[in-house]
Design a protein around this ligand. Structure first.
Ligand SMILES: [Zn+2]
Length: 72
């Protein structure tokens, strides 16, 4: 059975890699049925929130919300 690797794509530069290659900036927290992680891209340094969860209908849902870069 193939091991499923969770891929995350940086919303700033499009860099895509496994979740654990992004820097976790704070402990994950819950938002509704989502688990939210504040991540930093190892390539461009951009930060974003990564949402991961299974909806009440049983569907896997992930999305990202970007922040402005630290220089803003
Ligand atoms: Zn990036």
């Amino acid at each position: 059975m193939a091991k499923v690797e969770l891929l995350v794509e940086c919303p700033h530069c499009g860099y895509s890699d496994r979740l654990d290659s992004f820097k976790l900036l704070r402990d994950p927290w819950r938002y509704s049925f989502y688990e939210v992680r504040r991540l930093q891209c190892p390539k461009c340094g951009g930060t974003f929130n990564y949402y991961y969860g299974v909806s009440p209908k049983g569907e896997l849902s992930t999305f990202t919300i970007r922040f402005k870069t630290a220089q803003a």
